[in-house]
Ligand binder design. Structure first.
Ligand code: ATP
Ligand code: MG
Length: 760
């Protein structure tokens, strides 16, 4: 392999270099965070192309997000200085949809199949559970869907499940029936759900070796990033792809070896077990791919030594892992900063203040990320950021495509692209209002079932249904409109199709005319969707409506991250995978949040949460802030929060703890009242904005008044509100709340255990 230029190898350490140049059948690169796994994969692709060992069309690279795929494509282009168009760099899902569309016929589907998102799957499941009365057996929509998802991730289809299910157990028997009906309904609708996309591709390859051979022959190099988060179905797919092609006898094709396989991963960063990710895929790689070469990377190029030491210390508490120690040559860097806020708002204020300081020191907002464990934690951050005029963005937070009016418009598009999709038609049948009520819909549904036809065809048959003349006309007209616009889908631009639907149905106008300001906003969202469709066509001049629908269906939170829009990103730890930022704030480091309360009783749950923490820490290049609040509001309740157990795993000397001003007594309140408006349902006082910063001895303990008991009539002194008298006490133990009439600050409710108060 001399065809790889020195320039391409420049700056690589010996192990990285070896990983780029190795030319065997299978290569496993295992390494900790920030050691250059993704970079090496990218250079390896560039090297294969540069040396002409592979044509672009022979490369299949799998990334975890669409955004990562786009970046990798750009980097390869940057490295070899030319566009490599035939390359497939994409997520598992995008690659499989591409394969399935081409092979739809073999699968027994139409090429125009649509992809159900979670809401669609839920709507379908809801009907099935209702029809089967399965809720009486304890089935919930979410529960049934997650069972089915797990089955699909394990490549168990309905027939396989029927063979293994214990149907003398009524619950199991009903699950089988639910699975059967759910699958049949998807098939009838010419639709796939998210998990089907992978499992159906595997089934396709297994059922049609000649189809599999097309891809086995084509892809000579298969490369997978973030391999630790593959589930069984994805693993099986990779195995299928790298088999030697099985040519039909007499085909005249010469035998070919299987494709070369490169996977990179870090089992310490496996954080998608809930989606079926299986660390065994990486741990057992050497067994599954004998003679594979294993390369370890240990030098980290991302973070300072202090950050790495913290990450190493935390993750070393997980059992069953290969010890590895990341090192860097950039030096220890700044200390990690810890902060215990008085409340979620106080914590958020700390984050905002520190971000402003970073900015004063020359950083850009884009260099900063704030991580949360769950979406619900973003609210106080957003409030304070808005108040402090800090531009921010929450990838996946706008849920644009989940809005009702956007889903309506999408349902129109889906219905014209895929007339078999009853769910989409039911959604828009009476949007805008056409006088098609539940009784009419039921009559149409019954007709469809009687004749075994999709609902769409019933629109044409409406005159036979004996409905009123007005509604009959409305139904027939809808059918004609859909047919007419449907005839254009293969060629017309998605935005034109959408515009035609929105204007000719009158939907857009009906929202504009309603006089309700909410509807005005809805109309604007529809306009935004049209712009998105236009942008899509600009980016993909050949893109059809089906392509647009696929893009929307596979769009994920992480794809929304914009590195150049001048805003701070607030995101969940799951979304943060693979990314890096100069400054990182890890917030809400409390028991019940991290580890999340749902994980504590699950086998392996605590280890998985620790890996999440590890992923969060290792995103930081230069500065890491760890924060928590002493009390937190959730579900309208406010409760004492305890520091996350994982904080104690970081060696104390790495962190400089700062406490909220509300965390210590300063006595003699001078009426320093804060008038900051509180939008939270609780009325704990907002802590004063930090004026002086002081370092306390290392303590990550929250303030605790122990068993201070208060009774009506007691006089107390509060750090911020001054003197007051207790007028009522409710609740007991750590949840006891005192109502206090302050002399100057008025009436407040305080959580006794943690409020900065003393009896006087
Ligand atoms: P993660 O586990 O978080 O996915 P990773 O192992 O994929 O991380 P990369 O993202 O590839 O690591 O690299 C981390 C950072 O280190 C990037 O900014 C990358 O450009 C840089 N880097 C990688 N290798 C080198 C090198 N040899 N010299 C200088 N910088 C490097
Ligand atoms: Mg990476």
């Amino acid at each position: 392999t001399t065809g790889v230029s020195d320039a391409l190898l420049e700056g690589l350490n010996p192990q990285q270099r070896e990983a780029v140049l190795y030319r065997g059948q299978s290569l496993l690169i295992v390494a900790g965070a920030g050691s250059g796994k993704t970079s090496v994969l990218t250079r390896r692709i560039a090297g294969l192309l540069q040396s002409r060992e592979a044509w672009p069309s022979q490369i299949l690279a799998i990334t975890f997000t669409n955004k990562a795929a786009a970046e990798m494509r750009e980097r390869v282009r940057g490295l070899i200085g030319e566009a490599a168009d035939g390359m497939w760099i994409s997520t598992f899902h995008s690659a499989c949809v591409r394969i399935l569309r081409r092979q739809a016929e073999a699968m027994g589907m139409k090429q125009s199949f649509t992809i159900y998102d979670t809401a669609d799957s839920r709507a379908l499941m809801k009907r099935i559970i209702k029809e089967l009365d399965a809720d009486t057996l304890g089935f919930t929509v979410g529960g049934a869907l997650s069972r089915i998802s797990r089955l699909k991730n394990e490549l168990t289809d309905v027939e396989a499940f029927a063979r293994t299910a214990n149907i003398s157990d009524p619950k199991e028997a009903v699950l089988l029936e639910i699975f059967r009906q759910y699958t049949a309904a998807l098939r009838r609708a010419n639709a796939l759900d998210f998990d089907d996309i992978i499992s159906e591709t595997v089934f396709l390859f297994r059922a049609f070796p000649e189809v599999a051979a097309l891809y086995q022959k084509r892809f000579r190099h298969v490369l997978v990033d973030e391999y630790q988060d593959t589930n069984h179905a994805q693993y099986a797919l990779v195995r299928e792809l790298v088999q030697p092609p099985r040519f039909a006898e007499g085909s005249g094709e010469r035998p070919l070896p299987g494709a070369s396989l490169t996977v990179v991963g870090d089992s310490d960063q496996s954080i998608y077990a809930f989606r079926g990710a299986d660390i065994r895929n990486i741990v057992e790689f050497e067994r599954d791919f004998p003679h594979s070469k294993v390369i370890l990377l240990e030098q980290n190029y991302r973070s300072t030594q202090n950050i790495l030491d913290a990450a190493n210390a935390v993750i070393s508490n997980n059992f069953d892992r290969k010890a590895k120690n990341l090192f860097t040559v950039v030096g220890s860097g700044e200390k990690i900063v810890g902060y215990t806020g008085y409340s979620g708002h106080d914590e958020a204020q700390f984050v905002a203040d520190e971000i402003e300081k970073l900015r004063d020191a020359g950083a850009s907002y884009n260099d900063v990320a704030v991580f949360v464990r769950t979406n619900s934690q973003t609210r106080p951050l957003e409030e304070i950021f808005i108040r402090s005029a800090i531009p921010y963005r929450i990838p996946g937070g706008t849920k644009f495509y989940e809005r009702a009016e956007v889903k309506d418009a999408m349902a129109y598009l889906i219905q014209v692209a895929n007339p078999d999709d009853d769910l989409a038609l039911r959604r828009i049948m009476n949007v805008p209002k056409r006088g098609i009520g539940p009784a009419t819909e039921a009559a149409m549904q019954a007709h469809a079932e009687r004749l075994g036809m999709p609902l769409r065809e019933v629109l044409r048959d409406a005159p036979q249904l004996g409905l009123g003349p007005k509604v009959t006309t409305a139904i027939v007209e809808l059918g004609e409109l859909l047919d007419e616009i449907g005839a254009t889908v293969a060629t017309a631009a998605p935005a034109d199709i959408l515009t035609a639907l929105l204007t000719r149905t009158g939907y857009h106008q009906s929202l504009k005319n309603s006089g309700d300001p909410q509807d005005e906003a809805r109309a604007e969202n529809l306009e935004e969707l049209v712009s998105q469709a236009k942008e899509f066509r600009t980016a993909n001049p050949e893109g059809t409506l089906i392509d647009f629908l696929t893009g929307v269906a596979l769009f994920a939170a992480a794809d929304e991250i914009d590195d150049h829009d001048g805003s701070v990103s607030i995101m969940t730890l799951h979304t943060a995978k693979g990314l890096e930022y100069d400054s990182v704030f890890l917030t809400g480091l409390e028991e019940d949040l991290l580890p999340h309360r749902m994980s504590v009783n699950e086998a392996g749950g605590l280890a998985e949460e620790r890996r999440l923490f590890y992923v969060g820490i290792t995103r930081a290049r230069k500065r890491l802030f760890l924060s928590l609040a002493a009390s937190r509001a959730s579900f309208g309740d406010v409760s004492v929060a305890m520091p996350s157990r994982y904080l104690a795993e970081i060696p104390g000397e790495l962190i400089e703890w700062r406490q909220s001003a509300g965390g210590g007594f300063r006595g003699g309140a001078q009426g320093r009242l804060r008038a900051a408006p509180m939008r939270d349902s609780y009325s704990l006082p907002p802590a004063p904005k930090q004026k002086t910063e002081w370092t306390t001895p290392i303590t990550n303990k929250v303030r605790d008044n122990g068993d201070l008991t208060l009774a009506v009539g007691d006089r107390i002194r509060h750090t911020d509100f001054g003197d007051g008298r207790v007028t009522a006490v409710t609740g007991a133990g750590p949840k006891a709340v005192a109502e206090v009439q302050f002399e100057q600050a008025g009436r407040k409710r305080l959580l006794i255990k943690i409020a900065p108060i003393e009896k006087v």
